[in-house]
Unconditional design. Structure first.
Length: 387
């Protein structure tokens, strides 16, 4: 195979900013989040802006070009317009945002209002990722969501009126008490709204959550039912024009998430805020989980890192394969060669052949990818690539 040099790859950076406050913790959530209080957010935003400045100074990345920004949480749509303005002012003073293609803000339906989101749009937010999770009111109560299905419709209508025409809806399947028909009915309601992007992913029961503590009492779909909810969901989404570009992500043509693809291509990113992770020069770091520890470090002019790890060649290659295989196109051999100076066929020849013989992987001159069959057991395949 002929490989090409691509020096532009190393010049692409993305930013993730974590806003850890929520009105209420959902029963399935294991993300780092705290109960929302306006006085806490003010101090937090002060620390956040200082961290951004410190990070750029200490990592010598001041002025680098950014291609995407993602505000996640928590519920970042709880942030005030003044606070978000300060964050943008800091980002603009530190980085080059002239090449930014996508700025996403995660939102929950109960936080969406016309006045506030009009101002968000003026600041540069051009994509909203809204956590619907289900259109079944009974299920939303079981999940511990603050909103009901009516609020999803109201919030979505406001987003359109404000002028957001790049909207993602998050939906889950394999939910407690839900049949195959329930899951598909919910998905049909999401599709009927014609958002540009839909994330359709399975509930996982994570340690430390209310669901985990109550796991023995949850009436969850069995493995076959989960498979049918997923496979039927994929067929429905594709029949309605939503291209599957990643295992759990679907988009109308041209609306694939720039930020998520950046992650899956294993390109460098900067993470700011509590628990946020960064990946730069083959070094991965993660911030403190507690706001007090995070702010104490920043106010002492120290980066708030709870852990830092430099990936070995073997770990870096395995991670690159796992992330790349999440995309339907698969692992780009040219990008792999540019990154490591070898090809995946050489580094993982036995594993690739093993899965190809079982019709779980496929390969052409440019890509190595999961087959449709392989995508249903992706996590099991990924584990085999780990050192």
């Amino acid at each position: 195979m002929k490989v090409k040099s691509n020096p532009a790859i190393t010049e692409q950076f993305s930013i993730y900013i974590h806003f850890p406050f929520c009105i209420k913790k959902c029963n399935y959530c294991d993300f780092v989040s705290y109960k929302f209080a306006s006085h806490d957010t003010e101090q937090y935003v002060h620390c956040l802006t200082r961290e951004i400045e410190l990070f750029a100074e200490k990592n010598f990345v001041k002025g680098v070009k950014i291609v995407s920004i993602f505000f996640g949480g928590g519920t970042p749509s709880l942030i005030s317009v003044k606070q978000l303005t300060r964050v943008f002012e800091t980002l603009n003073s530190v980085f080059n945002l002239s090449s930014v293609k996508e700025i996403t803000l995660e939102a929950n339906p109960e936080t969406v209002n016309k006045a506030k989101f009009s101002e968000f749009k003026k600041l540069g937010i051009n994509r909203i990722s809204m956590g619907a999770q289900s259109f079944n009111d009974k299920t939303l109560k079981i999940l511990g969501r603050v909103h009901d299905s009516k609020k999803i419709y109201e919030a979505y209508s406001i987003l359109r009126k404000v002028g957001f025409f790049n909207v993602n809806l998050d939906l889950m399947f394999s939910l407690p008490e839900e049949s195959i028909e329930d899951a598909i009915s919910s998905l049909k309601k999401a599709i009927a709204l014609r958002p540009e992007h839909i994330s359709y992913y399975s509930l996982t029961i994570e340690k430390g959550t209310n669901f985990y503590r109550n796991r023995h009492n949850l009436n969850l779909p069995n493995q076959k039912e989960e498979y049918l909810q997923f496979s039927k969901g994929i067929k429905l989404l594709e029949s309605e024009g939503y291209g599957r570009y990643e295992i759990s992500n679907f988009a109308l043509n041209g609306f694939e998430s720039v930020h998520n693809i950046h992650y899956w291509k294993n390109l460098p990113y900067f993470g700011f805020g509590v628990s946020a992770a960064s990946f730069l020069r083959r070094r991965r770091s993660q911030n403190y989980f507690r706001i007090s520890s995070y702010c104490d470090a920043v106010l002492k002019q120290t980066l708030p890192k709870r852990s830092t790890e430099r990936l070995t060649d073997l770990h870096a290659k395995a991670e690159h394969m796992i992330l790349g295989l999440r995309m339907i196109k698969g692992v780009n051999k040219n990008l792999y060669y540019y990154r490591f100076g070898t090809l995946p066929d050489y580094d993982f020849s036995e594993k690739i052949e093993f899965f190809k013989k079982r019709h779980l992987l496929k390969e052409n001159t440019k890509y190595i990818a999961l087959t449709k069959k392989g995508s249903f057991i992706a996590n099991g395949i990924f584990e085999e690539f780990l050192p």
